[in-house]
Write a protein that binds this ligand. Structure first.
Ligand code: E4P
Length: 188
């Protein structure tokens, strides 16, 4: 299982990586804005503290397919030889789904994000992304987030899809604990 940190704080990543087996870092536009740093600054700092066996996921900002593709290529272009693998997060909007289909033919790790239901995640998996990020706590706000993610895991297994589920948006350790028991691939 992959343990991923959802943060723009490179010092925290360095500290926690010394203690735990950290597989990588995710960020999103809100986390970056709250950090008071620019996306470029965050990328520079994360690339410095992460290693080649780790992944760094950055989210596209554009909302139209062409813009999303341009953002994805710009994120991938930040890749350096001795740095982490640069990966791209794309929200599951209609324009995002189109971009995922296009990028599935390129050598790029894509994570479909802002997933609020098992079905939304399943459709992104069919479009060829490598990771799915269902928002557990936000789903818990109106239902059972853990159950929905558990359904997604079963649907992928039944369909023979190897897409990894990186559960996100946690507000307590119980949610993480329950999903590890369900065999989750990654948590952030
Ligand atoms: C996932 O990658 C997101 O950054 C994050 O987990 C969203 O969580 P929130 O519900 O706390 O915004």
């Amino acid at each position: 299982m992959e343990l991923i940190l959802d943060t723009a704080d490179a010092a925290a990543v360095r500290e926690l990586s010394d203690c735990f087996a950290v597989s990588g870092v995710t960020t999103n536009p809100t986390i970056i804005t709250r950090s008071g740093k620019t996306p470029e600054e965050v990328a520079r700092q994360m690339i410095k503290v992460l290693h080649p066996h780790q992944k760094f996921f950055m989210q596209v900002i554009a909302t139209d397919t062409q813009g999303i593709l341009a953002d994805a290529h710009a994120i991938k272009a930040l890749q350096v030889a001795d740095g982490p693998e640069m990966c791209v997060k794309i929200p599951v909007t209609p324009e995002g789904y189109k971009a995922m289909k296009t990028l599935s033919t390129e050598k790029m790790t894509v994570l479909a994000t802002a997933i609020y239901s098992a079905d939304q995640g399943f459709m992104a998996a069919l479009n060829g992304v490598q990771y799915l990020a269902p928002y557990v706590n936000r789903m818990d706000n109106y239902g059972d987030g853990v159950r929905e993610v558990s359904d997604l895991l079963s649907m992928l297994a039944k369909a023979g899809l190897t897409t990894k589920v990186c559960a996100a948006s946690f507000k307590n350790v119980r949610q993480i604990h329950e999903l590890i028991k369900e065999g989750i691939d990654a948590v952030t």
